[in-house]
Ligand binder design. Sequence first.
Ligand code: HPA
Length: 276
Amino acid sequence: MEAIEKMNEQLDEATDYIQSQTQFKPSIGIILGTGLGSLVDGIEMQATVGYDKIPHFPVSTVESHAGRLLFGGLRGKPVVCMQGRFHFYEGYTLQQIAFPVRVMNRLGIKTLIVSNAAGGMNPNFNAGDIMLIKDHINFFPGNPLIGPNDEKMGDRFPDMYEVYNHDYIKMAKQVALDLKQPLQEGVYVGLTGPCLETAAEYRMLRGWGADAVGMSTVPEVIAAHHQHNRILAFSIITDMGLADNMHPCSLDDVIGTAAAAEPKLRELIAGCVEKM
Ligand code: HPA
């Protein structure tokens, strides 16, 4: 009980602080992953709030991430964007990673859009492809919902029937078609990193039915689903992890491929937001 009260107190303090800085009411939350930074250019900015100013908010350790919430209109829809996200490999707990998702819910979001960079394991994929996430495997050593459950927030045992909203999946495919952009679809497996996978691990994960692997998204999506948000998620396939065709993979390659795919993903997400 005490733990729930403390959590709610922290969420209230974070939310109150943000609302003291802006009256903006977002209905859509967007977590900008690797290679989605420029989505920001399409936003008519109303306010920004630095993570470091928000009580109890985790602070980004990755130097390339700015670490702030952006509020504004995207294709006419009120959005809040997390510019800079938190990864388990940085040392945050899964509960800390979920915290901003909880705060965005209190700010009013009904929908969460998530993007990430991922390694492709489906042999039909190529580096540079965009994959619509239709399901996930949680291979993190835990779950952000472990601990006392606040029934007001969500169920103790959430059903995982339609985590990635089926209507959004249909819509995203139509938007991609209208944009004449190819769009892959598949299962994302999330794990800790920071190592990439060994050949044996890629083989195992592929055997489990995963099409792409990465180090984020699953904790945020679990928290968002728990609080009944509708979810739409994409991976940029930045490199291929094929167990029988391994080659060195540098961070520069990953970043470069993500940056090259960015305009495609930006248009896709903006097109989806317009229809939400
Ligand atoms: N594995 C895990 N995470 C990743 C990869 C990968 O191959 N590529 C980009 N993020």
